[in-house]
Design a protein around this ligand. Structure first.
Ligand SMILES: Nc1ncnc2c1ncn2[C@@H]1O[C@H](COP(=O)(O)OP(=O)(O)OP(=O)(O)O)[C@@H](O)[C@H]1O
Ligand SMILES: [Mg+2]
Length: 351
């Protein structure tokens, strides 16, 4: 899937907006070359499936025009129920051997027809529980969804070189920007419009991945229902509140109710991880995604999980030429840029 040119566009095709980033690698590290964000029409992408490809293509074309980009390699990512990531144990063997055997090994763990999925894996190490076995992270994604995203990208003139998972792009973003915590168990939590991506890293290796079908849409729909507004009005009200930090009490109550539900779901995933791995739990959470800006969400998550919660900064170690960019916009979208930045640097990782 790799092409020789290192020039790539990281394209995060979200259900509320598309984020595009281009970076370059210098001797001093990564530098941001280009970025932009554009909204997609509501319901163009539902549950990770592209419902209205013409309108999504149009948005990407506008992005390419603005960034003055043509015929570039693109890395994008998918998430949701057509993707399965599981830690499993298999007989110890060489990686090349497992490449040949993986379909047979994986079949029992995947609820889809094995011919309908692309399979990949990463070897974690020897199993502690059973001698002669090793643990791997198995990834299966429906070919149909990968093809839909690839074809859509091709229509814009870009060349889709990598279709990753949101959760792994998030991990790339973390790895490039944070290096100092190898011994900790870190949870990356990205709360978008329709999905929450969780990736728990142990010793810097992904040990648990889950997508939860909840996100900013739940807040907007709750405001819409309770206050009898249109979706667009409710969305506007929700986004307006965050920077003001003055939440009208009726809205606060609605937001808190949804935050509560989302925090419970995240905690449930952490609990599942702990019982599944029989290891100590998560030490620290790095939070990202547009909906992480809901007032009080970070505090509530810290309270409910008993863990330290920090924002994931996708530009922490990225050089940014302050004269070249609209810094106000960059600051506004920082929390939504983690998946896209992870994709933009994907090509340089040699993975
Ligand atoms: N300041 C804000 N306060 C509250 N919510 C916000 C704010 N800014 C953006 N959001 C919400 O964040 C969501 C968009 O975030 P993000 O860009 O991470 O999602 P996405 O990638 O488009 O969606 P997904 O990955 O779930 O398909 C929307 O629901 C939007 O309403
Ligand atoms: Mg997203």
């Amino acid at each position: 899937m790799f092409s020789s040119s290192k020039q790539v566009l990281g394209l995060d095709i979200g259900s509320s907006s598309i984020k595009a980033f281009q970076v370059t690698e210098t001797r001093k590290g990564f530098e941001l070359l280009k970025f932009t964000i554009k909204d997609v029409l509501p319901d163009s992408i539902v549950d990770g499936a592209i419902m209205d490809s013409a309108s999504v293509v149009q948005v990407i074309n506008e992005i390419l025009k603005e960034l003055k980009v043509k015929k570039l390699n693109a890395c994008t990512s998918i998430s949701g129920h057509s993707v399965i990531v599981k830690k499993i144990s298999v007989t110890k063997m060489a990686e090349t051997e497992l490449r040949d055997a993986i379909s047979l090994e994986a079949e029992q763990y995947i609820p889809f027809d094995i011919d309908d999925v692309n399979i990949d894996f990463q070897i974690i190490g020897d199993s502690k529980a059973t001698e002669g076995q090793m643990e791997i992270i198995l990834v299966a994604a429906k070919k149909e969804q990968i093809n839909d995203y690839s074809n859509l990208i091709r229509e814009t003139g870009l060349l889709p070189v990598i279709v990753d998972l949101d959760a792994f792009a998030l991990q790339n973003c973390y790895e490039v920007n944070y290096e100092e915590e190898p011994e900790k168990t870190i949870a990356l939590v990205n709360i978008g419009a329709s999905s929450i991506n969780i990736n728990i890293l142990k010793n810097r290796i992904s040990a648990f991945v889950r997508d939860i079908p909840l996100g900013g849409k739940q807040y907007t729909e709750a405001i819409q229902k309770e206050m009898q507004l249109s979706f667009a009005e409710a969305e506007k009200l929700k986004k307006f509140i965050a920077p003001q930090r003055q939440v009208p009490s009726e809205v606060e109550c609605i937001l808190n109710g949804v935050s509560d539900e989302i925090c419970q779901e995240i905690k449930r995933s952490f609990d599942f991880f702990r019982t599944q791995t029989q290891e100590v739990g998560v030490d620290k959470i790095y939070l990202s995604g547009g909906s992480s800006k809901i007032p009080g969400f970070d505090k509530l998550l810290a309270e409910r999980t008993g863990m330290e919660v920090k924002p994931l900064d996708p530009f922490r170690r990225i050089k940014i030429n302050e004269k070249k960019f609209d810094l106000k916009l960059l600051k506004e979208i920082t929390h939504m840029s983690c998946v896209g930045m992870g994709l933009a640097i994907r090509k340089f990782e040699g993975k």
